[in-house]
Design a protein around this ligand. Structure first.
Ligand code: RIB
Length: 305
């Protein structure tokens, strides 16, 4: 059966330490724990979509190191179609992550094999794209690959989602018209729009500029403050469930994957946003990237409680 959600993006092995606080420049801190955890924004979003009820395929690249096979196995375990996850000579992507006692994190990524995902890789797996209802991209693979995916998704008439993460600069102007749902967090919305997003009003201003640039609809995720939905007609602020945060890593990925899975299941936008919010809230109550992502059963249990 064709996959309804196709995620094009990164797979990283996360090398995670917990420390009382994040280090300052030039400082050596004593950490409390260390673990290796499957992550990468693309893979996390694929896992989220699969655990939350989607039929999912991933398009990406792993290296020929031990991490590569572990990252692929982690996706296969979730029932994700990995025929388009290629192995390329060299190291897999890694992310160096520090999580502090207030559950915030700092992350440095090294692309490794994610850098080998080219437009030609996507052309080779065009049948996978054709089988999608929803196509999901982020920015941890080469920009020309993301641009190709957005364009091909639009040509095929798919629902195209871009989570512009990580972002430190505006997107290519021609991308906006190819995107149905643009889902930045506050800092990404700031980088894309030029508006410093630090309040609901500034999030509205940033979302307005992104829609004026051509994006179909914009969802600015605001962490514990919820999310702002904008469609060019108006705004809706959606409040997030209150939870005790342990680790926010992959919360945004869980939202995006949950939102995509819900849309592919025929839910309305508003239902899909609320579903993604509950899933993301549950994810921050647990440590790690993929280990923290809840199942559909978890979300249904939370909603019923
Ligand atoms: O969004 C969280 C992810 O960002 C981590 O899993 C890490 O791999 C980085 O890509």
């Amino acid at each position: 059966m064709p996959a309804k959600v196709v995620v094009i993006g990164s797979l990283n092995m996360d090398l995670v330490t917990r420390a009382s606080r994040l280090p300052h420049a030039g400082e050596t801190l004593i950490g409390q724990t260390f673990s290796t955890v499957p992550g990468g924004k693309g893979a996390n979003q694929a896992v989220a979509a699969a655990r939350l009820g989607g039929e999912v395929a991933m398009i990406g690249c792993v290296g020929t190191d031990a991490y590569g096979s572990q990252l692929r196995e982690a996706l296969l375990f979730e029932g994700i179609d990995c025929q388009a996850v290629s192995s390329v000579a060299g190291s897999s992507g890694v992310a160096l992550i520090v999580v502090d006692d207030s559950s915030q994190n700092a992350i440095v990524i090294v692309a490794g094999s994610n850098g080998a995902l080219t437009p030609a890789s996507l052309q080779a797996f065009d049948a996978v794209l054709q089988g999608a209802d929803v196509i999901v991209c982020q920015l941890e693979v080469p920009m020309d690959t993301v641009g190709y995916a957005l364009k091909r998704g639009r040509e095929l008439g798919k629902t195209v989602i871009l989570n512009p993460a990580p972002a430190s600069a505006p997107l290519p102007a021609e991308w906006y018209a190819l995107i149905d749902y643009l889902i930045p967090n506050e800092s990404e919305a700031s980088a894309l729009s030029g508006v410093m997003v630090d309040s609901l009003d500034s999030a509205k201003e940033a979302a307005t500029r992104l829609i004026e640039a051509g994006a179909g609809k914009v969802i600015v995720t605001l962490g514990a403050q919820g999310a702002l939905f904008a469609d060019g007609q108006g705004f809706e602020r959606l409040v997030a469930p209150k939870v005790k945060a342990v680790d926010t890593t992959a919360a945004g990925d869980t939202f995006v994957g949950g939102f995509a899975a819900a849309l592919s299941a025929g839910k309305s936008e508003a239902e899909a946003i609320r579903f993604g919010q509950v899933a993301a809230a549950l994810s921050v109550t647990r440590a790690g990237a993929q280990p923290s992502i809840p199942t559909l059963h978890d979300v249904q249990g939370f909603v019923a409680s």
